[in-house]
Design a protein around this ligand. Structure first.
Ligand code: AMP
Length: 114
């Protein structure tokens, strides 16, 4: 698998505005924010995309989603709510081939998404 910008951030080879880190995940501010809070969360154990979750360890998947929830709480988004986005592939407009959750908050979202 080719290195993506998120591999480089994780390796410390590219700068990022890190908001949370532990043994399992890294969370940093999106460089092109779409809401007042826009944070990207990646699992440290690389998974390419949502499709690859089918081959991934259930504990790793569970930990990832639990940590996304914890990061959102640490950003003080629980009271008003927030949106989690996982883009997959071309139609999903995934631009970075490294599984990541977007946490968007502090504005009212609309539906359907664009
Ligand atoms: P996606 O389109 O779901 O693959 O999302 C990739 C996200 O990564 C986009 O929202 C980009 O703005 C964001 N992004 C790309 N490069 C960086 C970077 N160096 N630091 C932070 N966020 C980035």
């Amino acid at each position: 698998m080719e290195d993506t910008i998120f591999d480089k951030i994780l390796a410390g080879d590219s700068p990022a505005d890190i908001v949370y880190e532990d043994d399992y995940v890294l969370a940093f501010n999106d460089i092109n924010p779409q809401a007042p809070v826009h944070v990207i969360v990646i699992p440290k154990k690389k998974i390419r995309d949502f499709i690859k979750l089918q081959e991934s360890d259930l504990q790793d998947i569970g930990l990832f989603f639990q940590m996304v929830s914890k990061v959102a709480s640490s950003l003080k988004l629980d009271k008003d709510g927030y949106r989690i986005i996982l883009n997959c592939g071309k139609n999903g407009q995934q631009t970075v081939e490294y599984l990541h959750a977007h946490i968007l908050g502090e504005r009212q979202m609309s539906w359907p998404p664009g």
